[in-house]
Design a binder for this molecule. Structure first.
Ligand code: HEM
Length: 162
């Protein structure tokens, strides 16, 4: 089954039709999606700038990661749920759109790096010294990650115009 016929099938389902035709559903999903974006980006800025040695440098790195990573994790879950419902409501806008798939690949990569690599830093220091130094390569990765999060926002916004 091609992506076009899958999205046509999904569009015709009762669930998709109900989501689309209940006027308050899509605006509310979009609003929750945007609030969750603010939480993810806020947490990414705080943690990545700490890793780059620019923000909250007087706070131990594990403290900063402990504080923001759970927010980021739960906001990503909300993004996944609201995003999936938005796809189901209007599959033709997204499933046949290259920008949507670029965005999904970037979201998967950025989430993996943040929640795995960054988290392993926290675990590595748990119970040990909190005065760890961030390797130089990791500082470069922080700037790259901030760029990737910005690219995800651009892709999300441009889906409607591509
Ligand atoms: C985790 C899985 C995600 C899914 C499945 C998803 C899916 C979607 C969908 C279907 C739309 C509506 C596109 C349209 O029809 O115009 C959307 C909009 C958007 N998404 Fe996501 N998204 C996800 C995560 C994210 C993340 C992590 C970010 C950024 C941090 C993000 C940023 C945006 C932005 C900026 C918009 C445009 C909002 C608007 O202008 O109304 N999304 N997303």
């Amino acid at each position: 089954m091609s992506m076009t016929s899958f999205s046509d099938w999904l569009y015709a389902t009762q669930f998709s039709t109900a989501l689309r035709e209940t006027t308050w559903v899509i605006p509310n999903l979009q609003t929750i999606h945007i609030i969750a974006i603010a939480v993810v980006i806020g947490s990414a800025i705080a943690t990545e700038l700490r890793m780059a040695g620019i923000f909250a440098t007087d706070r131990p790195l594990p403290d900063v990661l402990h504080r923001y990573l759970p927010w980021m994790k739960w906001a990503l879950v909300v993004l996944l749920l609201t995003g999936a419902l938005l796809v189901i409501a209007e599959p033709g806008r997204t499933l046949n759109n290259t920008l949507f798939w670029i965005k999904m690949a970037l979201v998967a990569g950025a989430s993996l790096v943040t929640l795995r690599a960054r988290r392993s830093l926290v675990l590595a220091t748990a119970g040990g010294s909190s005065a760890i130094t961030v390797p130089e390569a990791s500082r470069g990765l922080s700037w790259l990650m901030l760029l990737v999060w910005c690219a995800i926002i651009f892709c999300g916004r441009f889906i409607a115009y591509a």
